[in-house]
Every structure is written in C-alpha cells, then in structure tokens.
Design a protein around this ligand. Structure first.
Ligand code: UN1
Length: 542
C-alpha cells in the first residue's frame, strides 16, 4: 500500500446529496495506508443529513491493532532519542499546518459530527494552541540537578518516555482531545496507536495525515479506525499481552473503570477522563441575566454533549421564580439547525444516530425518576418541533432542549449523566444546601457558581470536590494551558493540558554520578555533625 504522503484523498463514486465528497479512508500504520485485514468496513454519516456519507473506513481487526502496536514499538527507539527540541519543532509544524487548513477542517468537523461552525473553529483552535504550547515545551522538558549528601557525587533527574501509548477519544471533541493526548505524548518521546472515534473517522484521518505532513517519522502515530467494542477493546486487551505502556481514554465512566482494572493488574499507567454531572449554582446576589447566559450555554451549547456540560442547575429558592422565568424564555427561543446552512444556530444535530438513541434512553431516567418535564418533546420531527428549529427534521437527528424541574437528590436523574440537551433543575434552601447538592452526585469534573458575595465564592471554591470550577462563568471552557480533569467518578486524578499533562506521559528517572572513585554509602558514610555542648541555661531566661 502507498505511503500516506504519496496520495491525496481518494474520492469514491457516490450518490451524496449536493455531490458532497465520499472518501476512501485508511488506517495509517508505519506511514502506510492500510485496509482492514479482513476487508470489512464501516461508514461515517453526516448527522444533519443521514444520506450524506463522508466516507468508508476500515473496521479494524485484532491483527490490524497488533500490527499498529508493533509499528509503534519499532518506531520508539528512533523517536525517543530524537532531541526533544526537534520533536517540538515537528509539533510546531503541525500547529502551522492546522492554521493553514483550519477553514476546511472546521467545515469537515461540522459535516461529520454536527457541531456549529463557531464551535468547530474553537475546537480546531484548541488543537492549534496545544501544538504551539508544546512546541516550546520541547525546548524545556526540564529535569533537575540535585545536591548529594556525599562529596564528589552528583544527582540528576530526567523525564523519560513511557513507551507505546494507546489513545482512545470520544467523537464530541474529535480534534482537541486527541491532540491533548498525543501532542504531549510524542513531545515526551512516546509513540502512539490512535483508535479514532467511530463517528469521526474522516476528521481523524485528515488530522493524522497533517501530522505526517508536518515531518512526523513513520510509526510514531499509527491510526486505526473501528468500534469501541472492536478495535478499542483490542487495544486495551493488548495491555494484558504486554504490548502497551500507557492508555489514555476519554469516554464513559463504566468503560473507564474497565480500562483502569486491566491497566491496574498490569501496573500500566492510564489517564482516564470520564463523565460528569456538572453542577451550576445560582445565588441571590448573582447577576441573573449573566447567570442565565452561563447556564443556558453550559446546558444546551454543543447540544449538551460536552463532558463539561451542565447537569444539575441548582437555584436558590429566593430567586428561583425570577431566574427560571428568564431562563425558560431563552430555552423556548433556542435556534436549532444545520450550521452549514444557518449562521446563528445554538446547536445542531446530535453527534450521530447512536448518540441520539442513547440520549433518548437516558431521558427515560428523568421521566421515571419523577422529575417534572416543563419543556422538551424528545426527538424533533416534522410534527413536533420547537419554534426556533430551522433544520430538516426528516434528514437529521435533532433533539428538543429539555428542562426537568422539582428534581431532588434522591432521584436517579440527579446522579446520572444525561449526554444531550437536558438540564435537571434543583431548588436550594441556602448556600450550605446548594454546596451539599453540588457535591452530592457521584461525579466531580466541572462545577460553577454565580454569586457576587466573595465569601460565598470562596466557600464554594474550597468546599466543592471537582477538578474544575467556574466563578461567575459556565461549567465549560477549558483552555489549552490549564489542567483539565476530574475527581470521584470523573477520572483517576490524571490531568490533560498545560505542563501538568507531562506527568502523565513521562516517568522520573533519578541518576547518581559517583566521581570520587570509591564506594560511598548514602546515609552510612555521611559525615556526622554533632550538636555542640554549651554552658547556657535556657531555663534561666523565663
Ligand atoms: C470533553 O467534553 O471531553 O472545556 C472536553 C470544554 C472543552 C473540552 C471538553 N474545551 O468544555
């Protein structure tokens, strides 16, 4: 098969509406384009126009995943000994190529997963920011010099790469999140096997090509497409076979726990970024208009399909009616549609048909919990659509925004993540009750409070158990140089982004250099310094 840089994108004859292109996608293993070993394939579809097929991709087998792992293993020694500033330079090239092709990638992302163009652009920018940050980190990647307790002896620390990393991300952030993972991984000298999300294989294929165009040597990043339960599971199972030194996963808490168990029994490190039921508290001193903006964006932006999306909206009882009045006014006027045709929609279709079905299933939990639905009718159809809907209900998978009230912490829907446009509203009696509610779900990813009382903001910041907190801001909106991640059911404490992520892709190597020409024993051959006996009587001072 040809090398990835020897060919362009290969179009397949198609019957797509508007003649939009259908591409033959490949795995990229050792720089070569590869089909699945058994020839099986799957398709990627535009969730706004299900008859628009973006391409056909290999449904990778266990053999394909193993081949990719072997390729990553053989590229490791060359890449890990490449000077870190050179690795950084290649990463910088990736950032510059992303800038050059940003507009096309943004449209592709919107076509493949239905995000608005504005959000897709923000996300590609997050991938660019990550490249630019880690380009110069390649010129740091500092270790330390440490003083020895013995003479003529030097101590040092070095960051060393872990080896072969298995990368598994979800399709809701199909460019920023794999870059959050792979850019620091390769900057540290690791090599990767990247299992692309099943619902964004074309964007992943384009991004992996760009990585190669930037000068990345063959085999440093190997791309395999397929299902989570197929190629993804083969990649995780390979930990048991000693073929993987690190797994980095973004996805559901249940899958994360399974990965954690497999990695744990093999003493292999894993980074787990999992679900959230992110609380947002509104207190009486808050600017209500501002709080409504933040809650509305956190709940319904990205059709609620961020791991940082708003889960429980916790509103103080004194301002509950006023807040809900303004909030519902906005919800009722939500503009929904295909962003490729309409500039100002808040959200588009669900990420894919599968996400749509899963969302409808979790809505059932809200219904059966006894929460009161005051807005939302499930899937948008020609017979049932909100007034701001400007899409084509028959061609794509669109959902109403949903609001459930009278939610209490003994209900299942208070604790379950609902991945989609649905907010559960809880009334709080006072600040302590609001903080209690904010901490009462099994998750701890993001959190937010709207208040103009500085002591309340301080108490929330110190009392909340979460990886991230917004003060007078929504629950979303991480930046590429701040640590991202959660506690409790939201992760295992590892972080993405900024300098903190380097801990997740390197280990500390302590080296001592004995220059004295003899064996000096630490602790035992150290000169003893005695406390001098003196004449002073300290009791006489008081
Ligand atoms: C995710 O949903 O997995 O802060 C990541 C945010 C985004 C990243 C979300 N920048 O909401």
């Amino acid at each position: 098969m040809p090398h990835v840089l020897e060919t362009g994108f290969e179009a397949i004859d198609n019957e797509n509406p508007n003649g939009s292109p259908k591409i033959r996608g490949y795995n990229i293993i050792g720089g070569r384009l590869e089909l699945a070993s058994d020839g099986s394939t799957f398709e990627s579809k535009n969730p706004a126009i299900l008859t628009d097929c973006l391409g056909v991709f290999p449904l990778s087998t266990k053999d394909d995943v193993h081949k990719a792992l072997i390729s990553a293993r053989s590229a490791f020694s060359g890449w890990s000994t490449t000077p870190a500033p050179t690795r950084g330079q290649i990463i910088g090239n990736m950032g510059r190529l992303l800038m050059e092709h940003k507009e096309d990638l943004v449209r592709l992302e919107t076509r493949e997963i239905g995000k608005t163009l504005k959000e897709s652009a923000g996300e590609i920018q997050e991938a660019i920011d990550t490249c630019l940050f880690f380009q110069s980190e390649g010129r740091r990647l500092y270790g330390q010099t440490v003083n020895s307790e013995l003479p003529d002896k030097e101590l040092f620390t070095y960051r060393r790469p872990l080896g072969v990393c298995g990368i598994i991300n979800a399709c809701n952030f199909p460019s920023a999140v794999p870059f959050w993972k792979m850019i620091p991984a390769i900057m540290c000298g690791n090599t990767c096997v990247w299992k692309s999300p099943q619902d964004s294989p074309l964007l992943s294929f384009a991004l992996a090509r760009i990585m190669h165009e930037a000068g990345l040597p063959d085999g440093v990043v190997n791309l395999v497409h397929g299902k989570g339960s197929g190629a993804g599971q083969y990649l995780v199972n390979a930990v048991d076979e000693g073929m993987v030194d690190k797994i980095s996963f973004t996805g559901s808490t249940s899958v994360g726990k399974m990965i954690g168990e497999i990695c744990g029994r093999n003493l292999v490190s894993c980074s787990l970024e999992l679900g959230g039921k992110n609380p947002l508290v509104v207190m009486p001193s808050a600017n209500l208009e501002n709080a409504v903006e933040g809650a509305y964006w956190a709940g319904f932006g990205t059709a609620g399909q961020r791991c940082t999306s708003l889960g429980n909206l916790i509103v103080h009882e004194d301002i509950y009616d006023d807040f809900m009045h303004i909030f519902m006014e906005k919800v009722r006027h939500t503009k929904i549609g295909d962003s490729l045709d309409n500039d100002d929609v808040l959200y588009g279709p669900m990420l894919s048909e599968k996400y749509a079905l899963d969302f409808l299933d979790t809505l059932e939990i809200c219904e059966s919990s006894g929460a009161r639905r005051i807005y939302g009718e499930g899937r948008i159809t020609t017979d049932s659509s909100p007034s701001g809907f400007v899409g084509d209900a028959d061609s794509g998978v669109y959902m109403w925004p949903h609001v459930y009230v009278d939610v209490t912490d003994d209900m299942e829907c208070f604790h379950e993540e609902v991945f989609g446009p649905a907010v559960t509203v809880v009334k709080a009696k006072d600040f302590d009750h609001a903080l209690y509610l904010a901490n009462a779900s099994p998750y701890g990813l993001s959190s937010a409070i709207y208040t103009n009382d500085r002591l309340e903001a301080y108490r929330f910041k110190t009392g909340i158990k979460a990886g991230m907190t917004g003060i007078n801001n929504s629950t979303t909106g991480a930046e590429a140089h701040l640590p991202f991640g959660g506690v409790k059911g939201s992760g295992n404490g590892t972080r993405e982004s900024g300098i903190w992520v380097i801990e997740a892709y390197s280990y500390w190597h302590a080296v001592n250099d004995e220059l004295s020409g003899k064996l000096q024993l630490a602790q035992m051959d150290v000169d003893e310094i005695h406390i001098e006996e003196a004449e002073a009587d300290y009791k006489s001072l008081a």
